[in-house]
Design a protein. Structure first.
Length: 128
């Protein structure tokens, strides 16, 4: 579904797998979104900026792929500090693996970003 906000700004929504039926469903939703968003190519004008908002970290992966494809600036918007928001969902080795994966995504995409946007107070302390 597309929403037009004038000539220069358009929001695109992707129908993805249900996210919160289970933890596995959440991850399948993340993967489905990343796949659909990173393949999107129905731009009227090629973007010169891609803002990847962290509904989940795989949004950064999709955003970076699009930014690379269109030679656009890549901006990371941090709406949630990952993986801290999922800490209580897991335990033991699963927690360590999930946290390790998301922490590596955080480091990678914070470093690849041309800019980082956040509204969370003191988020920069966590990011550093």
């Amino acid at each position: 579904m597309e929403t037009d906000f004038g000539e220069k700004l358009k929001f695109v929504r992707f129908k993805t797998k249900p996210a919160y039926r289970s933890t596995i469903g959440r991850f399948l939703n993340y993967i489905d979104y990343k796949r659909k968003a990173s393949r999107y190519d129905n731009f009227v004008i090629e973007p010169d900026v891609v803002i990847a908002s962290s509904v989940h970290p795989l949004a950064w992966v999709a955003g970076y792929k699009l930014a690379q494809k269109y030679n656009a600036k890549f901006i990371v918007e941090v709406r949630d500090l990952w993986p801290l928001s999922m800490y209580e969902d897991f335990s033991g080795l699963i927690r360590k693996a999930v946290f390790g994966y998301f922490e590596s995504l955080e480091r990678k995409y914070y470093n690849l970003a041309d800019s980082i946007i956040t509204t969370a107070p003191y988020a920069y302390e966590y990011m550093e």
